[in-house]
Design a protein around this ligand. Structure first.
Ligand code: SER
Length: 597
């Protein structure tokens, strides 16, 4: 069975049983407390907690999906048989109860039926259940149901919270005990230990394939588990694991998901996968993740998701070097991935390879000297420790992500003084903050020079959108880092490419004209009377700053907005403005990502 067939069989199975198939949500969750979507249930969390009505919005309480997920905890583990950064999760849900809602019994029956359909031997299934811990009691109900459904007691094991209690995502929210289905691949894969079984630390005999979460609780802000007003089923299959099992491979890197990618790496590097498994797998995993992160419009930066992307690209560059794989061919790996996934997740077609090229150019300038510097450090040390200052220098001067420095050091049995690094980083940030405070007349700013430019260009963009699309355009949010700006605004339809071009042209025209930027302090009502736009009224105090961008000769005003600042004094040094993405953010809200070049 191919991976395409498995995905389809799963969704068809649940569709035939009254489930609505929901497309994967974005890798960037709307819940801002987490960086990425890490599970299929995330897009349903408001329905799972009962805050939103699933029947009203989806016309059903039974849903299924194949979801794009990304986990950052495992980046360093990638290279072994099972770990990935990007992966897929198949899941089915039953949200809330009525006569057609199902809970533990229904979830168990469906899981057993589907695995049987795939031809997996039920006699090899082992189940883990929650044994009870703290204030939450043992899941007797699940144990009895498994027994009633033909799983003998000796193949059911009980574990605590660490293994058999799921969630919440973040600090609060829906969660509950879970039952996992593990498949026994046979004694030949085992360690032979007396205690060997599911979750065995010493061997890979048992593969976890499906997690059934019985959501009964809500973890509140005080950390207590209160009963949810409704119960839900939330299940998740690790797609890569299941396909490996079905194709009888030890690792997903050997399945059809990565077959072409691995072959290509062999051809280009003239090395064998079997001899360089770790390097091949890191490159393959990261090429896939990079495609998916780029297709979400993420670009490399030093913060949040952008930093993860930067780490992945820079780590890939280093791993390519390790096996003499010409990084120019990394792009053909990305091609293969786009080809493999485009029918399921068409957004991969929008992958912008130039973003990787630019990042590559940046890192290429310093990687060789940086690697030499690390080499020298490692040779000169007797205490096998790279100090905070030294690692900060590698980070700052040569662009090595700290995790990559640590990884290289660890490979040689060195350690990095991570705390020292954090301190050096903090010290540096304080110094540059002081610098920018001076520059901007005392207005506190931690954005640095580029951040300030992006602040100002955000005003230009806002004004241009209102001129081109109409006055209904209203800022709904914005996010700035040193590499790009993101701007959310009220507008109902997708912008046409003509409109995008017009907005870009207008902003660039104003930059070229070198308009002045003026700051005035006044009471909020006076600011509004003067025609300044202020969409975050509740956030302002009585006195506000009004920033006016105007032509010093004609005095014509292009933009006038209430804002804390800081901003540049004059537009002439902003650079070229370019919109790199225009997409939907939520109903009635569009999102633009733009850069200054
Ligand atoms: N939320 C559970 C998991 O991530 C089941 O989907 O494993």
């Amino acid at each position: 069975m191919t991976s395409e067939e498995l995905r389809k069989q799963f969704l068809d199975f649940f569709k035939q049983r009254g489930h609505i198939i929901i497309p994967s949500s974005s890798l960037l969750p709307s819940d801002k407390t987490v960086l990425f979507t890490t599970a299929g249930m995330q897009q349903f969390s408001l329905y799972l907690s009962g805050k939103k009505d699933v029947v009203k919005d989806f016309k059903a309480r039974h849903l299924a999906s194949s979801q794009k997920c990304f986990r950052t905890d495992d980046i360093e583990e990638v290279g072994d048989d099972t770990h990935h950064t990007f992966f897929e999760m198949l899941g089915n849900w039953s949200i809330g109860q009525d006569e057609d809602g199902y809970f533990k019994e229904g979830a168990i029956k469906y899981a057993l039926e589907f695995l049987d359909l795939l031809g997996l031997d039920k006699d090899r299934l082992h189940i883990t259940v929650f044994k009870g811990e703290g204030s939450v009691s043992k899941d007797e109900e699940a144990i009895n149901l498994w027994i009633n459904n033909g799983i003998p007691k000796e193949r059911i094991r009980e574990y605590g919270k660490k293994d058999n209690f799921w969630g919440p995502v973040g600090d609060t929210g829906p969660c509950g005990p879970c039952s996992e289905l593990h498949y026994d691949r046979g004694e030949e894969y085992g360690c032979g230990g007396a205690n060997c079984g599911p979750n065995c630390d010493d061997c890979k005999r048992f593969v976890e394939i499906w997690n059934l979460v019985f959501m009964q609780y809500n973890k509140n802000e005080k950390g207590e588990y209160e009963l949810l007003s409704q119960t839900n089923i939330d299940t998740g299959i690790g797609f890569e694991r299941l396909i490996s099992l079905l194709q009888e491979k030890n690792s997903s890197y050997e399945t059809d998901l990565f077959k072409d990618v691995i072959k290509k790496i062999e051809e280009v590097s003239d090395k064998k996968y079997l001899e360089y498994k770790k390097e091949f797998r890191v490159i393959a995993d990261h090429a896939r993740s990079i495609v998916f992160l780029l297709s979400e419009g993420i670009i490399p930066s030093n913060v949040s998701q952008g930093y993860i992307l930067r780490r992945l690209i820079r780590r890939s560059i280093r791993y390519c070097k390790l096996i003499n794989f010409d990084f120019n061919s990394f792009y053909s790996l990305m091609d293969l991935i786009v080809k493999k996934y485009k029918d399921i997740y068409p957004e991969v077609l929008s992958t912008d390879y130039d973003v990787v090229r630019k990042e590559e150019e940046k890192f290429n300038k310093t990687i060789e000297t940086g690697l030499q510097r690390i080499e020298k450090l490692l040779l000169s040390k007797e205490n096998r420790t790279i100090t905070g200052e030294e690692s900060f220098d590698l980070y700052q001067t040569y662009g090595f992500p700290i995790e990559l420095i640590e990884e290289i050091a660890n490979e040689r049995d060195f350690i990095v003084d991570k705390k020292g690094f954090e301190e050096a980083l903090k010290k540096h940030q304080e110094i540059s903050r002081e610098g920018s405070e001076k520059k901007f007349g005392g207005v506190a700013s931690d954005s640095g020079e580029m951040g300030v430019k992006y602040h100002t260009v955000t005003h230009l963009l806002h004004a241009a959108l209102r001129k081109i699309l109409g006055e209904h355009v209203k800022q709904m949010g914005s996010d700035i880092n040193t590499e790009r700006l993101r701007f959310d605004f009220a507008h109902n339809t997708k912008m046409t490419s003509e409109e995008i071009k017009k907005v870009e042209d207008l902003v660039n025209e104003k930059i070229k004209e070198g308009l002045n930027v003026q700051k005035q302090e006044m009471p909020l009502d006076e600011a509004i009377k003067s025609g300044a736009i202020a969409f975050f009224k509740e956030k302002y105090g009585d006195m506000v700053f009004v920033w006016t961008i105007y032509n010093p000769e004609t005095k014509e005003v292009f933009s006038k907005e209430v804002c804390g600042g800081p901003h540049v004094d004059n537009l002439k040094d902003l650079g070229m403005f370019e919109i790199i993405k225009e997409e939907s953010s939520s109903a009635g809200v569009r999102r633009i990502k733009a850069i200054l070049k």
